[in-house]
Design a protein around this ligand. Sequence first.
Ligand code: DSN
Length: 411
Amino acid sequence: MPYLMEDDPEVARIIRDEESRVENTLDLIAAENHAPLSVLEAQGSIFSLKAAEGFPGNRFHAGCRHADALESLAVSRAKRLFGAEHANVQPHSGVSANLAVYFSVLDVGDRILSMKLSHGGHLSHGDAASMTSRCFDFQHYGLNLKTEQIDYDEIEDLAKSFGPRMIVAGASSYPRLIDYEKMAEIAQSVSAVLLVDMAHIAGLVAAKVIPSPVPLADFVTFTTYKTLRGGRGGVILCRQKHTDRINRAIFPGGQGTPSLNLIAAKAVCFHLGLTEDFVELQKKTLNNAACFAAEFERLGYRIVSGGTENHLVLIDLRSKGLTGARAEKTLESVGIIVNRNVIPADPERPEVSSGIRMGSPAITSRGMQEPEARQIARMMDKSMSNIESTQILNQVAQDVRNLCKQFPVQQ
Ligand code: DSN
């Protein structure tokens, strides 16, 4: 970064520090991943400067010849990768994408039925802290507290009594597959539209290693920086008939000029998503998450919902006398990055939580497989069982550094 070093060495140094942190720690944040350098190059390209309000062929700024070519390419690649009728690649984030869907077909005050945040949903699905809850009338479904899985009968009953105009499926800490056929059937039975927010699992869906909601949902939203490895940003897929409404809800409805550099990165990840290597990576992502769950179970931990069918595992730490916050802090001290997470019916406040959520995408991108996934689980257990022992924590920290050296982020 020669120019940055000269103009602003302070920022340059912070960026170098972050590169070093990423290289020397194990990223188990289920919502994160390591992106290919090609994606980062596209994100840092000259397109970050282009104003291009509107859509290809219909912009409010001149000089958009290449911007149009880029966005059209990204749209056609997204449609091909996911088998969608229409794609809008302009949302700056998953929240922007969800807001655009709500405002495209609903009126302010309309009813929406979605999963509650404390059972695995997302802030933008109408949580009280989110502005979405001030614009629409949300009711939430939860999990069956025995199975810790979605109770479709409850959703059906709620849909009948509440009469939503939209039903949202999708979550940010749900380790199980969602039955989209059942969700579509429930939505149809009450004449509601179905939105599936597949932000966490878009890479697994793209690789066809888990079922796709695209043929069954009216709208599908996702972010590109998680399992998909495409850098920051959001995308909306929808049926052809919703094209104009969705495009208008994004621009001029909720956003101004799109981030064309992010659209360039999205185009790259959609291209790479069609490769055999990507499919293999997503298969390994699933397998590594299953190994985390199996190893933690062997070590005596309770796995929320009894296992995993995707890239994430939610672990209940109560039997170990630990809170999620304490575990998160201890693990970070040895170089293992997870996030504390509420578990269903959690007695603790979200800031404290009784669980941790861990994901396999980033370690899988580094080339790690079953032996390493099991080793990581054992290192985590060793740290969490010896929180007061500086000697043992130092030893684990050294093991983490060694493992990171064996599996560089960019291979
Ligand atoms: N949705 C948040 C998460 O799942 O961690 C961040 O993208």
